[in-house]
Design a protein around this ligand. Structure first.
Ligand code: COA
Length: 376
């Protein structure tokens, strides 16, 4: 199938920068596959832990392997006291992605990966701890509450919602979160993953690779787009207003967050999945306005510019319907993409050569250093 652009030019577009057995983007199936499985298939039939296992270990787990993996992750949720102390020092005004970055880095100080033999355990610990980590900070800094992250939640999806809201989420919300985490889990050589691989190629530790990747994901051209999409649609009162606003933005050549993609040409396969969940949530909420606005935005952008929704656009309304504060949208992406990042780190380590590209020099011709007194 040909859902990929003709690529060349700036931003390393179209350059083969390494090999991977983890995923394909724009090549087969609906456009995104993890280790040969179509992402739509995985989102329809699996929970996130199964997909994390697949990405990290190379095969889908059988039921006893899945149960053992989930038991292991559940036992790794606790936050060390020193990490809690650091989180409590970070102000409510901080960007939650900076909290994730600091939290990951702090854990690297407390539980340093001593050798590559520990890479799976280091990854599992991060997978288990990230939802509680961000929600511990959020509840403490915004509500003055010290939450207990050792909840009875049965999955990472449930753990995120439980530690955020302080109660067991509905089955529908947990199901949507499962799908969301699966959709965001892996995406080949995107900016944050490439950051992780470059760091791994120096034989650095897992926490450094993941901390760097979080920094790359933070930007609005990458993971931050779901938050920016929410800020856009929440200003729109109804579909007609959305159409007028978008036409104005397009006339001003503004960038509309949540649309377009560096690789996909015609659609982002993740969009159909999260869009369907957003519609279900809208109906369950009894207020479909945000969904209706989003649908109109999608139609206008395609009609006017042939630009399609990427994974982020309908995530905005879906997360909002689940009562998730906008500033926590991108940290959820981290909780998921950690799987892809860590698997790429492992893949890089298994067949490593330090990544060191060359630059085309566009500076001064060779010259000599003159006496300081003669300088302008
Ligand atoms: N809104 C308005 N115009 C857009 C656009 C958007 N979301 N996405 C692309 N375009 C425009 C570009 O400005 C460019 O116009 P030009 O030819 O006049 O310069 C044209 O469409 C083609 O851009 P393209 O080459 O397809 O984009 P890219 O590969 O350079 O960038 C993105 C890809 C994802 C960074 C870009 O689409 C974007 O910034 N989207 C919004 C941010 C976002 O949602 N990021 C999440 C990605 S999963």
């Amino acid at each position: 199938m040909a859902n990929a652009k003709e690529l060349s030019g700036a931003g390393l577009r179209g350059q083969i920068a390494g090999k991977t057995a983890l995923s394909t983007v724009g090549k087969t199936g609906s456009g995104l596959t993890y280790r040969g499985y179509d992402v739509k298939d995985l989102a329809a039939h699996c929970e996130f832990e199964e997909v994390a296992y697949l990405i990290l270990k190379g095969k889908l787990p059988n039921s006893s392997e899945l149960a053992a993996y989930k038991t292991k992750l559940t036992a790794m949720r606790s936050l060390p006291a020193a990490l809690k102390a650091v989180l409590e020092l970070i102000p409510a005004t901080a960007h939650p992605m900076d909290v994730m970055r600091t939290g990951c880095s702090m854990l690297g100080n407390l539980e340093t990966e001593q050798s590559f033999a520990e890479q799976q355990d280091a990854t599992d610990r991060l997978l288990a701890i990230f939802p509680g980590l961000i929600n511990y900070w959020y509840n403490f800094s915004h509500k003055g509450i010290r939450i207990d992250v050792d909840t009875p939640a049965e999955s990472i999806a449930e753990q995120f919602l439980w530690t955020l809201h302080g109660e067991k989420p509905t089955a529908l919300h947990t199901e949507v979160m499962q799908a969301s985490l699966i959709l965001y889990a892996e995406h080949e050589f995107n900016a944050s993953t490439f950051t992780a691989r470059v760091c791994a190629s120096t034989l650095s530790d897992m926490h450094s690779c993941i901390t760097g990747a979080i920094g790359s994901l933070r930007g609005p051209l990458h993971g931050g787009a779901n938050e920016a999409a929410m800020e856009l649609i929440e200003k729109m009162q109804n579909p007609e207003h959305a159409e007028t606003e978008l036409l104005g933005m397009l006339a001003r050549k503004d960038k509309i967050m949540g649309f377009g993609h560096a690789i996909y040409a015609e659609s982002d396969p993740r969009n159909a999945v999260i869009k369907a969940w957003s519609e279900k949530l809208a109906q369950a909420n009894g207020d479909t306005m945000l969904y209706d606005i989003s649908v109109r935005c999608e139609a206008v952008m395609w009609r006017e510019k042939k630009l399609f929704c990427n994974a982020d656009f309908f995530h905005a309304s879906a997360y909002n319907y689940m009562g998730i504060p906008t500033k926590l949208f991108t940290p959820i992406f981290v909780c998921s993409r950690l799987t892809g990042w860590a698997a790429h780190v492992m893949e890089q380590r298994a067949d490593n050569r330090i990544i060191r590209p060359s630059a085309e020099y566009i500076g001064e011709e060779p010259r000599v250093v003159g006496p300081i007194a003669e300088r302008q």
